[in-house]
Design a protein around this ligand. Structure first.
Ligand code: P6P
Length: 335
């Protein structure tokens, strides 16, 4: 029987063998994984746990909060605030940063998360997930402010997500490729089920919300139109389409079998660069995709090179199979 490698053993080996992650970062990642297990339990209860439906409140994005959005946020805060590895946290569900209370030791890391992405799918039993990103607190000044978070995604030291679907799977990078861990509910631990994840350079599958087509700008319209022309058009091959409306699930598919995911700028909100959030959705997903051999741009530049100006900044997202992302990005350069 092959030895099962737990998340803990994988992280210890990354720390010991590759010297990639200090013990404080390993601790942080194990705490986040434990919190995801707790969220998975709440999600799996569904109606039986009285956790479906809305909480009757709105978040900083102006979105109606689901009960599970708030539960997931609280689980992550409570799991991470006492460990001594964090200075502060930021969440899609909180207006401002959450500084670790003085009663706990302060650490050197900053944790950002979307506690439950895709929450419009909760009540219809479709996969949702937690997305997280880890930065180092800049050296020097005591205390921590929102400005400390405003670092380009290229400075992440860890990034990942946990998808709550038919399986609960944690997907993680610390800069040495992408690994996937499936939750063994009998043991209550995440077990390594894939490492060195690679995204095929080419694909015949795109993911975009087609109902927004009339609102897209010309380069995106051109790219999708060519895909729709299939083998009779300039691409010379047919394409399939998927749209789960849950970024974690769509990105998980792309990491598993390739594809391109796009949520581009559109003229419905012309003054916003896109719908998705840069710091705790696009950045962690972009690093995972790049670490798996894919690419991620906003149509004009590498997403990981964007320096944020505000915590809840939005961004246009095109990520996945490298040759497709490069193609749609090149269309932005020519038009
Ligand atoms: P639409 C979920 O609300 C989310 O932030 C992403 O997970 C998902 O890709 C996107 O929005 C879906 O947006 O406009 O298709 O409902």
């Amino acid at each position: 029987m092959s030895t099962k490698i737990s998340l803990t053993r994988y992280l210890v080996e990354q720390q010991r063998v590759d010297g990639l992650i200090p013990s404080q970062l390993r601790l942080l990642l194990e705490v986040v994984a434990r919190a995801c297990k707790g969220i998975s339990q709440a999600v799996n209860k569904g109606a039986l746990g009285g956790v479906l439906g809305t909480a009757g409140t709105e978040n900083v994005q102006g979105e109606v909060q689901k009960k599970l959005d708030i539960i997931a946020n609280e689980v992550l805060i409570e799991a991470n605030e006492w460990g001594g590895h964090l200075a502060a946290m930021a969440s899609e569900e909180m207006d401002t940063i959450y500084v670790v209370p003085n009663r706990y030791p302060q650490g050197e890391y900053l944790l950002l998360f979307d506690p439950l992405d895709g929450s419009s799918n909760i009540d219809v039993n479709v996969s949702i997930g937690t997305i997280f990103s880890v930065l180092k607190k800049p050296e020097g000044l005591a205390g921590v402010t929102e400005a400390d978070f405003l670092q380009p995604g290229a400075r992440q030291v860890a990034a990942g997500y946990c998808v709550y679907g038919p399986q609960t799977t944690l997907v993680l990078t610390v800069g040495d490729g992408v690994a996937m861990f499936t939750l063994d509910r009998e043991q209550g631990s995440f077990v390594l089920t894939q490492e060195n994840v690679r995204i095929p350079q080419d694909t015949q599958e795109f993911a975009i919300n087609m109902s927004n087509m009339r609102h897209w700008d010309a380069p995106v319209k051109r790219y999708i139109d060519e895909c729709l022309q299939g083998v009779t058009g300039p691409r010379g091959k047919d394409f399939n389409m998927r749209w789960i409306a849950s970024m974690v699930a769509d990105v998980h598919r792309i990491l598993t079998r390739g594809g391109i995911f796009m949520y581009p700028w559109d003229q419905r909100e012309p003054n916003k660069p896109g719908k998705l959030r840069l710091m705790y959705e696009a950045n962690p997903m972009s690093w995972l995709v790049e670490q798996a051999g894919g690419a991620a741009t906003n149509g004009r530049q590498r997403i990981l090179d964007i320096t944020p100006t505000k915590l809840h900044e939005r961004v246009s997202v095109m990520l996945g199979s490298r040759n497709e992302v490069q193609r749609v990005t090149s269309y932005h350069a020519t038009l």
